[in-house]
Design a protein. Structure first.
Length: 274
């Protein structure tokens, strides 16, 4: 159902790779709610992904940008405000990548060049994006910036590898930059900590299938889907959440406050009986 929540609002959506991407679902929902936006992704993702299909569906233009390159981000923000006809009301950072995860390097045997690349893509890119928006005064008052994160920033998930550290870094940047954006530009900055979700980035994590099934059984409401994450993000882009800022907001069916669930206990006990 659409509520016209984003009528007249303009923004940039990073990270739609294919129809499973959380950013893809968000773009579709923003479109339904009347928002206008520019889509962006790394130049390499343009070749691999299907972003053109999404652009055609939502009437959006695509501006490629490697989110680790400040000059790409400057070009993106300049062109986006030109194309959309004014300052921005919302920005979604939906970007994550660990070379250590991709290459199967264990957390206790990291390649630090990979580590550096991973935190640049997954965390510092958020700072770079905000710094460009801030310096160019590209956000409207009461605008909203959201990045996606995962609970491995607070709790141990061994296979999440250095992405856990990257997410902790990302969440800290949201608070620190959010302060300056709030005081000086009345813009809010938050992170959404999403359930495990079957996307290209999600499925890159070792043991993902067991992990997603476990989280589902632990969560009183079950895992949150990518579509539900898109819905939640919309509320943060809308005018209904103007005083929410500097927060890490769990969108996980209740998982983050659970100790154990009956279902997980029963599965464990069955295993012990064997
Ligand atoms: N899938 C999950 O289980 C899950 C759970 C919690 C949080 N998240 C987070 O959600 C966000 C979106 O991931 P997703 O699950 O939709 O997967 P996805 O693979 O569809 O999206 C990741 C995106 O990052 C983009 N990207 C990588 N390097 C880039 C660069 N240098 N410049 C610009 N873009 C770049 C990719 O092209 C891709 O579009 C990520 O931050 C991810 O960590 C995912």
């Amino acid at each position: 159902m659409a509520y016209n929540l984003l009528k007249g609002k303009r923004g940039i959506i990073f990270g739609a790779l294919d129809e499973n991407s959380i950013a893809w679902k968000t773009a579709e929902r923003v479109f339904e709610e009347g928002g206008k936006f520019v889509l962006t992704n790394a130049p390499i993702a343009m070749r691999m992904g299907k972003i053109k299909d999404l652009a055609a569906k939502t009437g959006a233009e695509i501006i490629p940008a490697d989110a680790t390159k400040v000059e790409d981000l400057e070009n993106l923000v300049e062109k986006a405000t030109e194309i959309l006809g004014g300052k921005l009301d919302f920005v979604l950072h939906s970007i994550g990548m660990s070379v250590n995860v991709r290459k199967g390097k264990h957390y206790t045997d990291m390649n630090y060049d990979f580590t550096t690349k991973g935190w640049d893509v997954s965390a510092v890119s958020f700072h770079k994006t905000m710094q460009v928006l801030y310096k160019k005064e590209a956000m409207n008052e009461w605008g909203s910036i959201v990045a996606l994160t995962y609970m491995a920033a607070q709790r141990v998930f061994p296979d999440y590898n250095d992405m856990a550290d990257n997410k902790a870094y990302l969440e800290s940047i949201a608070r620190s930059f959010g302060y300056f954006f709030g005081v000086n530009a009345k813009v809010r900055v938050n992170t959404i900590s999403q359930s495990p979700t079957p996307t290209t980035a999600g499925q890159g994590v070792k043991g993902f299938d067991g992990f997603i099934a476990y989280a589902d059984k632990m969560s009183p409401l079950g895992n949150a889907t990518a579509d539900e994450c898109a819905d939640y993000t919309l509320t943060l882009f809308s005018d209904l959440t103007r005083k929410v800022t500097l927060q890490n907001l769990f969108h996980d069916g209740g998982f983050s406050n659970m100790g154990v669930s009956q279902e997980v206990m029963e599965a464990f006990e069955k295993g012990l009986e064997k």
